[in-house]
Design a protein around this ligand. Structure first.
Ligand code: ATP
Ligand code: MG
Length: 421
């Protein structure tokens, strides 16, 4: 993509009403646009990052048998009344409206009930199970506080998956497979070492749920961890009884600030019982389905990554989710020949399937470098006088500042994806 054609421009000033670092950087660099508090649009650069996060999540959900679908944003009141979750006392984040034709509707803040309701039309016999479905959806929540930038939106993208199994054994097996799949997701996103499977408050059925908590000062949660033992517990559920169950003592724990990037729940048969979702067992009896629900905050993850991987000059994207693999910056000045040469390199990179942002603007080197640092693409390839004279490209790694001098062939070799070699 040519930067001269990119409609977003970088900004030097910090948006006055934005206190969170993640949103400040994403807005300044042209990844996001703030519509209002807690409501952000994702611009071409930001969308590329979101899609990459989604691809990683999708691959891991597909690998454990998830089937992708998309539920509706508008929801029926009756479905939530059945489980006593329609009232604002029961769920404090509802956005609701009414139909012109009459009747109230809710805006999807979660899809547990609607999806269980829908499954009544598809699950009849034990032979129909197991099923796991997931979606990427924009959830709407009337959050009271929205001061964490894109990490707490009133509108945000979540991946939510729901599992339906015949019995506890199948259910537990899938639940554990999700834990492993989630670990792979966070590993691939570059936050694996700082993300903990955390004991947290449970639901109607279990005492605990499992949260995935990532260490960051920008987080709103407090958890206690022990790295050696690989255990973590949310401050909300810290008690002697819980500690005994996990097998750690208080003095072995360290307090850290974290952001909840995922949360998984085991509903047992409770949810299906409430909703009336059952299957015919082999013996002819009707049995409520075992259910689990599994969330990942996709847009929150983008915010967490920015919080963790940035410096005083801007964002430092991990390679796996960077909007582009390389930022080609030409410093041709008035040298037409050099500009043509840079155009050729841009084409050469594109021909090899390399994702590249090409700063072809007529601007000073200092401005181009500052913008490039702010945007945080992992590698900057500089085409300048030296490139023409010595046939070498200066390639600078954003994270380390390390400089490599590469020939044109070496350059292509470095960036071409292994699958295309
Ligand atoms: P929190 O405790 O942060 O309010 P939650 O427990 O209400 O989150 P869940 O219903 O478990 O959230 O949603 C699944 C995931 O969606 C969370 O783990 C989190 O990563 C993400 N998420 C939840 N609320 C928001 C929000 N307002 N903005 C962005 N992401 C969110
Ligand atoms: Mg949660």
């Amino acid at each position: 993509m040519k930067q001269s054609r990119l409609f977003t421009k970088t900004r030097k000033e910090i948006p006055a009403d934005e206190v969170a670092k993640n949103a400040q950087l994403l807005i300044r660099a042209g990844y996001a646009y703030k519509e209002m508090a807690g409501v952000y649009a994702y611009l071409p650069l930001g969308l590329r990052v979101l899609e990459k996060i989604k691809t990683i999540v999708r691959e891991e959900m597909d690998a454990i048998g998830g089937q992708e679908l998309i539920m509706t944003a508008l929801q029926r009141k009756e479905v939530w009344e059945r489980t006593d979750r329609w009232s604002d006392e029961a769920v404090d984040v509802w956005f609701k409206s009414s139909l012109k034709a009459g009747g109230e509707i809710g805006f999807g803040w979660s899809h547990e009930e609607p999806i269980a309701e829908m499954m009544k039309g598809y699950i009849t016999s034990y032979k129909d199970l197991p099923i796991a479905v997931y979606q990427f959806q924009t959830k709407l929540r009337n959050e009271l506080r929205a001061k964490s930038g894109i990490m707490r939106g009133r509108e945000f993208v979540m991946k939510d998956m729901y599992s339906f199994s015949v019995g506890e054994e199948d259910h537990t097996q899938f639940y554990n497979a999700v834990i492993e799949a989630y670990k792979r997701v966070f590993e691939r996103l570059g936050i694996g070492a700082d993300t903990f499977v955390t004991f947290a408050s449970g639901g109607a059925f279990t005492k605990f749920s499992h949260e995935f908590q990532t260490i960051t000062e920008a987080g709103e949660d407090v958890i206690y961890i022990n790295r050696e033992k690989g255990v973590a517990i949310n401050a909300e559920v810290l008690s002697d009884e819980a500690l005994a169950e996990i097998g750690v003592s208080r003095d072995e724990l360290t307090e850290v600030k974290t952001a909840e990037v995922g949360n998984i729940f085991n509903f047992g048969r409770q949810k299906a019982e409430d909703v009336g979702l059952s299957y015919h067992a082999e013996d002819g009896s009707d049995v409520p389905v075992w259910m689990g629900s599994y969330g990942i905050g996709v847009t929150r993850l983008m915010g967490v990554v920015v919080e963790k991987f940035s410096d005083d000059r801007g964002i430092v994207w991990p390679t796996a989710i960077a909007p582009f693999a390389a930022h080609l910056v030409e410093l041709s000045g008035n040298d037409r020949e050099l500009k043509d040469f840079a155009d050729g390199v841009y084409q050469g990179l594109r021909d090899r399937g390399i994702e590249v942002l090409y700063d072809d603007r007529d601007a000073r080197a200092g401005e181009k470098f500052a913008d490039s640092d702010l945007m945080g693409i992992p590698y900057r390839i500089i085409v300048g006088k030296r490139t023409k004279e010595e046939g070498k490209f200066e390639v600078v790694e954003r994270a380390t500042g390390e400089v490599m001098l590469l020939s044109e062939d070496e350059l292509y070799e470095k960036f071409v994806t292994p699958a295309l070699k």
